[in-house]
Design a binder for this molecule. Structure first.
Ligand SMILES: Nc1nc2c(ncn2[C@@H]2O[C@H](COP(=O)(O)OP(=O)(O)OP(=O)(O)O)[C@@H](O)[C@H]2O)c(=O)[nH]1
Ligand SMILES: [Mg+2]
Length: 359
């Protein structure tokens, strides 16, 4: 057995037979099995899957007693799978099976994880409202920033992906999270991740379940993953480096003004620049050490330059926040400044990951 296709189902009686037929067609030359993990769907999805086994012979059904969630369904499927290559896809035909051969080809040519991606050239999303598109993009950006390892792909929230079994060998995938790919990217062992484009299809049957609860669940999942992969520690490092920067900044301002009698605004400008550079050096060595791909002088200099301009924009964003909150919303200026500093900090952290130390 080369490949196991894990298909979690809940109420997919109408689409599952079509999915299986198309899978059998496109994977004609592949030694594969489909593992359907069904949560006791009242519409009899599991029975239909078993009937399909009678027809094709390479379908297994795992029946679970009740709706236990998509994440744990995939994990249960993974435990049951015997193949070296694992693919995960939805049963509602939003993930076209015709993409799988390309995914498989990538796995065979050296990629450890292959993501069927909506957000690379040739990919896309069909029939989603503007609001859901915005939500999906926002969630993706948030994933990139909170879990820098997920930044190696454009679509880390895709539910359609495949990987070599060894990637997750010995790692504990948290079944609470329903974005299983995030778990794999954040915790797995891999060197090469690839993407193939696909067009997310309009939901043909049934209703979408996205709501406030799903959004909150997603945030909780990110939080858990950040804790498990020590990303909060990185954030703390970044803040500590920022504090050191304030100290450097003040010291230089004081020294240049008092001892070299420089005009204080000039001293402050020099102090700011030196503190930006010293912050860069500290972040390079401590905070983002694991992310930098290249430590040649040229790329260190280019990172320093990027850090510089993103910091300067950050300072402006802080000042604009201060001005707007004070002048237009009547907030006390010292309080408004704290909000401004927080905005600058968030910007600094986000751009450090998304631009400067982008993996
Ligand atoms: N076993 C199991 N499968 C589930 C569960 N929830 C969803 N699924 C399946 O997981 C896949 C993805 O679920 P969907 O509800 O389509 O999620 P989505 O594509 O993000 O959102 P919409 O299609 O817009 O609702 C489908 O094959 C579902 O049948 C669950 O609790 N248990
Ligand atoms: Mg769906």
């Amino acid at each position: 057995m080369q490949l196991a296709v894990l298909v979690p189902t809940y109420m997919e009686a109408k689409t599952l037979p079509k999915l299986i037929e198309r899978l059998e067609e496109v994977l004609r030359d592949v030694d594969f099995e489909v593992i359907v993990i069904d949560d006791n769907s009242p519409d009899g999805t599991a029975d239909i899957a078993e009937a399909l086994f009678g027809k094709f012979g390479n379908i297994r059904v795992i029946r679970r007693p009740g709706k236990l969630g998509l994440g744990s369904a995939v994990v249960d499927g993974l435990v049951a799978a015997r193949a070296k290559l694992i693919a995960v896809m939805d049963a509602d035909l939003q993930h076209p099976p015709e993409v799988l051969p390309k995914v498989l080809e990538k796995l065979r040519s050296g990629c450890d994880v292959v993501v069927a991606s909506r957000y690379v050239k040739g990919g896309g999303v069909e029939g989603l409202s503007l609001w859901r598109r915005i939500l999906s993009r926002g969630a993706t950006v948030l994933a990139h920033i909170s879990l820098p390892r997920a930044g190696c792909v454009a679509d880390p929230l895709s539910g359609y992906f495949a990987f070599k079994r060894d990637v997750v060998h010995g790692t504990k995938l948290n079944p609470v999270g329903y974005k299983v790919l995030l778990e794999v990217l954040a915790k797995g062992r891999y060197t090469k991740v690839c993407e193939v484009p696909y067009k997310f299809q309009r939901r043909a049957e049934g209703r979408s379940k996205l709501g406030t609860l799903e959004v909150l669940r997603y945030l909780k999942h990110l939080h858990t993953l950040m804790r498990e992969t020590r990303e909060y520690r990185r954030l703390l490092n970044f803040v500590l480096v920022g504090l050191v920067g304030i100290f450097v900044n003040e010291s230089i301002l004081w020294f240049l003004t008092e001892f070299l009698s420089l005009y204080y605004v000039l001293s402050a400008a020099i102090g700011s620049e030196v503190s930006i550079l010293s912050n860069f050096a500290l972040n390079e060595v401590f905070t983002f050490r694991d992310l930098k791909a290249d430590s040649s002088l040229k790329s260190v200099l280019s990172r320093a330059l990027e850090y510089n301009w993103t910091r300067i924009i950050g300072i402006f964003l802080g000042l604009i926040t201060l001005y707007v909150l004070t002048t237009f919303l009547g907030l006390y200026y010292l309080l408004a400044n704290l909000v401004g500093i927080a905005v600058g900090l968030a910007w600094g952290y986000a751009t450090s990951i998304a631009i400067v130390w982008r993996s």
